[in-house]
Design a protein. Structure first.
Length: 204
């Protein structure tokens, strides 16, 4: 199973879908019964989107996609863990997806909770604490560089998550090195609905 498009072409396809969504001209492609039947025994997504779980950040909607177009992984604050890394490695090594998108968004609740914890020293309990601990390095990076607004931290977190993905996964790093896959950071603006590129590795 091989994708026929380059990482840059995959990103362009996502951009075009997002522009349709922003302008109110969404086509809702690949969502009918015939498409469902085509995909019973196979899938060939052209992008993997690793995004925040926020209910306002439904990847297939904001990029105007349909069944089989995107392999989607979501956690609060797009926090990396072993299950996420395994899912992303599967998308690259088995599905041969040419583009991994790390998708963050403004006013992110997980980043806000982390900023509050860093500033007050009061950590949330149980598993939410784990999320905050994993986002803390991004918040500290922002503060160190004088960026104190949540939405600046969101951008930094998307960039740093993309970097950590490459550092954590030799499989993905090798795919980027041989130009078969790119990893990009994208920040989504809730009010206007626009997705903006904030970092890239291997986007050719």
């Amino acid at each position: 199973m091989t994708n026929k498009i380059s990482p840059a072409q995959a990103w362009q396809r996502l951009l075009e879908g997002n522009e349709r969504f922003v302008s109110g001209d969404a086509r809702h492609p690949n969502q009918g019964a015939s498409r469902r039947s085509e995909l019973v025994n196979t899938q060939n997504p052209f992008a993997v989107i690793f995004g925040c779980s926020d209910s306002r950040l439904a990847a297939e909607i904001i990029f105007d996609l349909g069944l089989g177009d995107a392999f989607v992984v979501r956690t609060a604050g797009h926090v990396l863990d072993d299950a996420v890394l395994g899912s992303l490695e599967y998308s690259v090594s088995i599905l041969q997806v040419p583009l991994i998108v790390v998708l963050g968004h403004d006013n992110c609740g997980a980043v806000t909770a982390t900023k509050n914890a860093v500033e007050t020293g009061e950590m949330p309990q149980r598993f939410i604490r784990d999320l905050v601990e994993r986002i803390t390095p991004s918040v500290l990076t922002s503060l160190r560089d004088g960026r104190t607004e949540i939405n600046d931290m969101v951008v930094d977190h998307a960039k740093l998550t993309a970097e950590r993905l490459l550092e954590s996964s030799p499989v993905i790093a090798a795919a980027v090195h041989d130009s078969s896959t790119a990893v990009i950071g994208v920040a989504y603006r809730l009010e206007e609905g626009r997705a903006q590129l904030v970092s890239e590795s291997g986007l050719v």
